[in-house]
Write a protein that binds this ligand. Structure first.
Ligand SMILES: [Zn+2]
Length: 128
């Protein structure tokens, strides 16, 4: 688990080409998995950060963007090692979701009970 008083966190891909700095004043917020078509395939546990609280320290040219369907969500991954780092949410476009397994100091095995968000059948942008 993350210590509560450390608000600047480093997030890296596997090869280290991409490094992000996150400002997380309240720690890991909105922890979840998701069962939508892309999230179920990558099966990452994600948390949320406001757009202005994510800074690309290095790897601008190595980050690749992937979009599909409505092209609202923007999914980013390292084009060298293939690791998903973060995405701009479709549900809340003022936020990024990020891969907590890429966050320095996280033991992913501590997050085994993070629940699934039903993005497949009950995505807030798909409900009238
Ligand atoms: Zn990489």
């Amino acid at each position: 688990m993350i210590e509560g008083n450390e608000i600047h966190r480093k997030l890296t891909c596997h090869c280290g080409a991409v490094e992000l700095e996150l400002t997380l004043p309240k720690g890991l917020e909105k922890l979840r998995r998701c069962n939508c078509s892309i999230c179920s395939r990558r099966n990452a546990v994600v948390a949320s950060v406001d757009l202005e609280n994510l800074r690309i320290v290095k790897g601008h040219n190595d980050l690749k963007e992937y979009t599909f369907n409505t092209h609202e969500a923007k999914h980013f991954f390292c084009s060298r090692c293939g690791i998903y780092t973060h995405h701009q949410r479709r549900s809340v476009p003022t936020e990024y979701g990020f891969n907590i397994a890429c966050l320095e100091g996280v033991k992913i095995e501590d997050y085994i009970n993070v629940p699934y968000f039903d993005g497949k059948n009950n995505h807030p942008k798909d409900i009238q």
